[in-house]
Design a protein. Structure first.
Length: 617
């Protein structure tokens, strides 16, 4: 392939959904491409272009309905899928707004190219499926049934089974098999021939029923009581189907085999545990943990919990509350372990969470933000008890994957381990003399929630704080000005403004420039209206229809918050499934064109609401 064709091939390999194709298919597609140049002002209609798939190499186009309503824009890296023949799009048209270089493919050619060798699916099939899947999306998915589905339905065996399978050679004794099963803490063992092929399975039940109960010597060979006709399952099989197979056949173990190779073992217990790894199950297990090591082990399940909930179409709000609940359970158990070690507290206290945990908006593992509010009855000689508590719990959270806060906003920091009176003074100073540091503190500590201890210690502080903040328009104005520093990543022509360099080059920061600005807006509404809740969604709902926020503005902001949160969750879930560290940096090419348009709409809502609060203050 010459240099020019290779450059084209490299480009289309990054375009969704063509990025899923193998290199050989991409090279075949490249041979079919025709290059077109469309000047600004050119009109392109679905009627005349429905037989071609166009990929924008450079430039931009505005897409309109028959009535002339703007329905979206497309730019470099987008497919002009809205111009392909579909019942809802056949009367759409586009006007080129920036000179365009387009790679054009005849759809008839796409019918003749398979997505992969020996595959029955053509490239055209894949593109149409992509179009229909994208066009069926709404800004917010209905999630009314998201909590009732089975996690097994949405996962394959390969995400659950234990590997490698524990084996023993044919001819080994029952005693040898039992010892090996005990060493590996498994309830079954595969018996293999001289070539390593599985010829049978021996289980705890077999040993108990056919050996111990009958008085058979444990020196007898395992082959004599093993099950010879062994059912197996492929790693690509659906996990729910595996459970149904076990139920129908009355078996509890299935070897996982692919291409005649024994990969591992899946048991009914594995499946039930996987299904049970929800918030309630985890919280119960955490409450029974005897030490930090056990808590750290339980906390490793949190990313998988996020994956399961995402696969079950749970909303971003649902996932945030579930993950925050598990984090709260871990924190409470650490405090209980600390009290068992240190003895009862000298005076009442409240362990409070700040930031995303307080708002119940956490995803997977994040850093920790917490503090201690201690009763004013504290005797200075007893302060060491609270010092040890803060250190024990914060270090324990770090062992559980919630890293120490880079800004040192933790109860192990003496500055944030104070009496109620001192905290009252903190909030008074932050509101009455709002310097830059005070405004930074406001963005963290105005989102407090009690995790463990006496609620009244925080509730009394919050009541006095809200009474003071409502009266101080200068403070609210400066807080609003500070919030406007986080702008959504939209350019003048409504295109994405991507990170230009560094590790996250060509991505969008969905937290810093997406959800964080909405969190800031909701906090200002809450402080202005005396709203006590700290959850962003609940703040917006309670502020709707007040002087701070209209009903329509609240609806738009909620839709934007949910959609951006959903994109962030799905991006992190894809990373977790690839065994990568989850982050907030989304490459726009990773999502379909229509979702990119919805994301732009969501960012536009933020711009509008920020402009509104700028005018107000």
């Amino acid at each position: 392939m010459d240099i020019e064709l290779k450059e084209i091939c490299d480009f289309i390999s990054k375009v969704t959904p063509l990025d899923r194709l193998p290199q050989s298919t991409l090279e075949q597609l490249t041979q079919e491409i025709r290059i077109r140049y469309l000047r600004r002002g050119t009109t392109v209609s679905a009627e005349t272009e429905s037989s071609r798939l166009m990929i924008i190499r450079k430039g931009a186009i505005s897409l309109s309905s028959k009535s002339g309503r703007l329905i979206g824009k497309a730019a470099e890296g987008d497919l002009l899928t809205l111009l392909m023949t579909e019942p809802d799009t056949k009367e759409h048209s586009g006007e080129v707004t920036e000179d365009m270089l387009v790679y054009s493919l005849d759809t008839n050619a796409l019918k003749d190219i398979a997505t992969e060798p020996d595959s029955n699916q053509t490239v055209l099939d894949m593109v149409i499926k992509h179009i229909r899947g994208g066009l069926s999306q709404n800004l917010i998915k209905a999630n009314t049934n998201s909590s009732t589905g089975s996690a097994l339905i949405y996962n394959e065996i390969e995400t659950i089974y234990s590997s490698p399978a524990i084996t023993i050679a044919s001819g080994s004794s029952i005693l040898e098999a039992s010892i090996k099963m005990s060493e590996h803490d498994v309830s079954s063992i595969m018996v293999t021939d001289t070539n390593g092929a599985a010829i049978g399975i021996l289980t705890d039940t077999d040993i108990r029923r056919d050996c111990v109960a009958t008085g058979m010597s444990t020196d007898a060979i395992a082959d004599s009581i093993m099950t010879h006709s062994v059912r197996s399952i492929k790693p690509s099989s659906n996990a729910f189907d595996a459970l149904m197979l076990m139920t129908r056949k009355g078996i509890h173990h299935l070897p996982v085999v692919d291409n005649n190779q024994l990969l591992g073992m899946i048991t009914s217990t594995d499946l039930i545990k996987f299904e049970s790894k929800n918030t309630v199950y985890l919280s119960t297990s955490i409450a029974r943990a005897k030490d930090i090591a056990t808590l750290a082990q339980e906390s490793k399940v949190i990313p998988q919990l996020q994956v399961q909930l995402t696969d079950m179409d749970a909303s971003a709000d649902h996932i945030g509350k579930a993950v925050s609940a598990v984090n709260g359970a871990i924190t409470r158990r650490l405090i209980e372990l600390a009290e068992e070690k240190l003895g009862p507290p000298p005076v009442p206290y409240s362990w409070v969470a700040a930031g995303s945990q307080a708002r119940r908006e956490q995803t997977s593992h994040t850093d920790q933000d917490n503090a201690l509010i201690i009763s004013n009855d504290l005797d200075p000689k007893d302060i060491d008890w609270y010092t040890q508590l803060g250190t024990f719990v914060c270090d324990g959270l770090a062992e559980c994957g919630f890293i120490h806060c880079p800004g040192n906003i933790m109860a192990m920091n003496p500055e944030y381990r104070q009496t109620q009176a001192t905290w009252d003074k903190y909030f008074e100073n932050w509101i009455d003399t709002p310097d830059p540091q005070a405004l930074l503190n406001a963005s963290t500590f105005f989102d407090f929630r009690t995790i463990h201890g006496e609620d009244y210690l925080l509730d009394e502080i919050r009541d006095r704080m809200l009474e003071r903040s409502q009266k101080n328009t200068l403070f609210l104005g400066l807080l609003a000005k500070n919030a406007l520093g986080l702008r959504p990543p939209l350019g003048f022509f409504r295109g994405f403004v991507l990170i230009e360099d560094g590790e996250h080059k060509d991505t969008l920061d969905l937290k810093l420039n997406g959800t964080a600005p909405i969190v800031d807006l909701a906090r200002i509404y809450a402080l202005a209206e005396g709203i006590k809740t700290v959850n962003t969604r609940e703040r917006i709902l309670q502020a709707a229809g007040t002087n701070s926020l209209s009903e329509d503005g609240a609806a738009d902001l909620l839709a934007a918050f949910e959609f951006i949160g959903e994109q962030k969750i799905q991006h992190q879930t894809r990373q977790i499934k690839r065994n990568e560290k989850a982050d907030n940096f989304l490459p726009p090419k990773d999502i379909p064109q229509l979702e990119r348009e919805y994301l732009k709409d969501a960012f536009k809502v933020i711009q509008t609401m920020q402009n509104s609060i700028k005018m107000k203050y």
